[in-house]
Design a binder for this molecule. Structure first.
Ligand SMILES: Cc1cc2nc3c(=O)[nH]c(=O)nc-3n(C[C@H](O)[C@H](O)[C@H](O)COP(=O)(O)OP(=O)(O)OC[C@H]3O[C@@H](n4cnc5c(N)ncnc54)[C@H](O)[C@@H]3O)c2cc1C
Length: 474
């Protein structure tokens, strides 16, 4: 076998998974070629996912804060939205970050090819360059990091700018008077939050009985209450039976037991019903790579596929389809190829919904514990008892720990509230360090901060919280 340091590897796709793998592989001494359709690395996350959505959510939060400020004696006029400037600010953020990755690619001497890759065999790729020309290139190893794309429901497919997916919604071509978001998952709720702040009357329709399926209900409740006030309507247990374009909008037909208005006209409809892995890479059938029933490429803990020369990482290998999971898988694959003894087996992968309030969790959820019939103790700390939450007038939050009753080990953490996405990192660290509830309770947190609520939850477990009254555990 070739010495690891003399290996030449190719990475297909330069999203968070692909560029992390390529950069670390180069740092480990491998020769790396990175292939992507875009001018610079970044993938969905930087071009049409995490980064543009969070830029716009920041603006939405600011607008909301100014409206809220009335309660504190400060009255702002209604905001004037300069859409072209807002768009160009968001595009500027994307350009700076992706341009920065372009520079890092050159600094590491990673060969970057803008183009589309197809397999000729397990070690050879046919690359069609965006600026013309085709090459047949042979590599020792290939990492597939082709990511995912929005899922489409055929009955909701209309070729009109009035129908949007997450990508066109982020383009922000206008602020529709009325917007229907199909799908109550995180992407739909985040983008709905942006449009609502900019002035659209937003409705959301979800076929399941609750928003954010997969998250614990007590975490979703405060969010549901708040967006219930900000959105025009939230339709649960409801499906979209049909959509039809009319001269002044999209006529949507709803179906379900709770439907009051069967037909309704919306200026625009955003379909956000999940994502599909990009595993249909041309020529993949010429390799031994196996694709599972849901379209995910099958890999082992080193991210190696059934073809020993091919690895796969990120959205294309499975849930959770999140950038930070992709990056860590990318690093593991690069190290595995370089000959290190590694495995991708995290104790916890955080999930964050960047709505207002934010919802975040990691490790075991109560929903999962119930499904598995697993006994857990849940210690909840309400933010109504947090000094910091009071000072920012956002006491609807809650922090909880799921604790093993025998070992008192932290099994999971859930947080809803302002900044939950930042706070959850402590929970992930606690889980990776195998922390006991006592460790969390004895960790001195700065006051007054929302981070104290993590420590306070552990105190609740022991029946000794100072800031709320809980009878001691027997
Ligand atoms: C609106 C939105 C918001 C999101 N917000 C968050 C968030 O806040 N936090 C979070 O963690 N995740 C978020 N995500 C998910 C996140 O974007 C993905 O999990 C992440 O981008 C996956 O990374 P990846 O490396 O697997 O692939 P991707 O980022 O999907 O990149 C894959 C790349 O491969 C390229 N490619 C595919 N096939 C080929 C080929 N044959 N040849 C050459 N190139 C190819 C594609 O062009 C693409 O650039 C969001 C997604 C969306 C849509």
């Amino acid at each position: 076998m070739t010495e690891p340091t003399s290996l030449h590897i190719a990475v297909i796709g330069a999203g968070p998974g692909g560029y992390a793998a390529a950069f670390l592989a180069a740092d480990l001494g491998l020769t790396v070629t990175l292939i992507d359709l875009e001018l610079n690395p970044g993938g969905v996350c930087l071009y049409r996912g995490c980064i543009p959505s969070k830029s716009l959510l920041h603006v939405a939060k600011l607008i909301d804060e100014t409206r809220h400020a009335k309660n504190w004696g400060i009255d702002y006029a209604d905001p004037k939205i300069d859409l072209p400037r807002l768009r160009s600010w968001k595009e500027g953020v994307v350009k700076k970050l992706t341009g920065g990755l372009g520079v890092l690619t050159k600094q590491r001497k990673v060969e970057y090819i803008q183009g589309k890759a197809a397999f000729e065999n397990s070690n050879t790729l046919r690359v069609s360059r965006t600026n013309g020309g085709e090459d047949s290139l042979t590599f020792d190893r290939i990492i597939i990091a082709a990511g995912s794309r929005p899922a489409i429901i055929p009955s909701l497919k209309l070729e009109t700018p009035r129908m949007m997916d997450s990508t066109s919604a982020l383009d922000l071509s206008d602020v529709p008077g009325t917007l229907l978001v199909v799908g109550g998952g995180y992407i739909g709720l985040e983008l709905g939050t942006v449009y609502a702040a900019l002035g659209s009357k937003v409705s959301v329709v979800e076929m399941l009985p609750g928003l954010l399926p997969g998250a614990d209900r007590d975490l979703v409740l405060p969010l549901h209450k708040r967006i219930g006030k900000v959105f025009d309507s939230i339709l649960l247990n409801t499906t979209v039976a049909a959509v039809k374009e009319e001269s002044n909008g999209i006529r949507v037909t709803f179906d379900g037991p709770e439907v009051k208005e069967r037909d309704k006209l919306f200026d625009k409809v955003l379909v956000s019903v999940g994502r599909k892995p990009n595993s249909e890479i041309p020529g993949l059938e010429k390799t031994q790579v196996k694709v599972g029933p849901r379209g995910f490429i099958q890999v082992n803990k080193q991210l190696q596929t059934d073809d020993p020369a091919i690895y796969a990482i990120g959205d294309v290998v499975g849930e959770p389809m999140l950038a930070h999971k992709a990056m860590h898988e990318g690093r593991t694959a690069a190290e595995a190829i370089a000959g290190h003894k590694v495995a991708f087996e995290p104790n916890a992968i955080p999930a964050v919904v960047f709505t207002d309030p934010e919802v975040a969790w990691c490790g075991l959820t109560e929903t999962q514990a119930q499904k598995d019939n697993r006994e857990v103790k849940v210690a909840r700390f309400p933010w109504a008892a947090s000094g910091r939450a009071m000072t920012i007038d956002r006491t609807e939050g809650m922090t909880k720990l799921l604790i093993d009753p025998q070992t008192e080990r932290v099994l999971g953490v859930g947080i809803v509230g302002v900044g939950a996405g930042e706070l959850i990192a402590e929970g992930v660290l606690a889980m990776e360090m195998g922390a006991l509830a006592k460790d969390v309770a004895l960790t001195i947190h700065p006051h007054p901060t929302l981070s104290e609520t993590v420590m306070n939850s552990a105190e609740v477990f022991f029946g000794t919280p100072t800031d709320v009254y809980r009878p001691k555990r027997p």
